[in-house]
Design a protein around this ligand. Structure first.
Ligand SMILES: [Zn+2]
Length: 191
């Protein structure tokens, strides 16, 4: 059985058994927060369970490395829309220890792409068109610094409401223990 068949079969039973009733909630986040965290497999459930969040409590944005790669990219868009249109009043940016994007080797990623059929010529054309592949595919060396840099990016965004607290956390993917990097309430600018 393929993964897709497995998923679809499971889903038939999930709906038939009305398992969804355990997850019924609204689109407005009960805890009034939008959280950006990493797509790491160990955080699929841990990222919310370790913080006490249930279904419906937060808007959850996940990507590789819990990183805002562009001020007008989809991650920043999600955070802004979360605040201005979807009922979130606080932002949480949570990186984690032992992140796959920590010290990722871009050269190795490019080599793997070539092994899988992406032409050297394509990569060369992209580089010459001004696409910074090192930045696009790159990670970070220090997760705490990365969380701080992302918080700065949010606070410096021209469309960001400075009254919204942005908290920074780093979670241990084994124990779920969270380290406070930035208490957003201390940075809130009152008009
Ligand atoms: Zn990660």
């Amino acid at each position: 059985m393929t993964l897709l068949e497995e998923i679809l079969n499971y889903n038939l039973k999930f709906v038939e058994d009305k398992t969804y009733e355990n997850y019924e909630t609204s689109k407005v986040p009960t805890m009034k927060a939008v959280m950006l965290t990493c797509m790491d497999t160990r955080l699929v459930e841990l990222s919310t369970k370790a913080l006490g969040f249930k279904n419906g409590d937060v808007k959850l944005v996940k990507n590789a490395g819990a990183t805002i790669t562009h001020p007008y990219g989809s991650t920043m868009r999600s955070l802004l829309v979360g605040i201005y249109a979807l009922g979130a009043e606080e932002i949480i940016i949570m990186g984690h220890k032992d992140c796959g994007m920590g010290g990722i080797n871009v050269e190795q990623v490019l080599n793997t792409m070539k092994d899988r059929g992406i032409k050297e010529e394509t990569i060369s054309i992209l580089k010459h068109s001004g696409i910074d592949l090192d930045h696009f595919l790159g990670g970070f060396s220090d997760v705490r610094e990365n969380v701080r840099a992302n918080i700065d990016l949010v606070y410096n965004h021209p469309l960001f409401d400075q009254n919204v607290p942005v908290h920074g956390l780093v979670i241990d993917p084994h124990t779920g223990e969270v380290e406070l990097i930035q208490n957003g309430y201390e940075k809130v600018v009152k008009n």
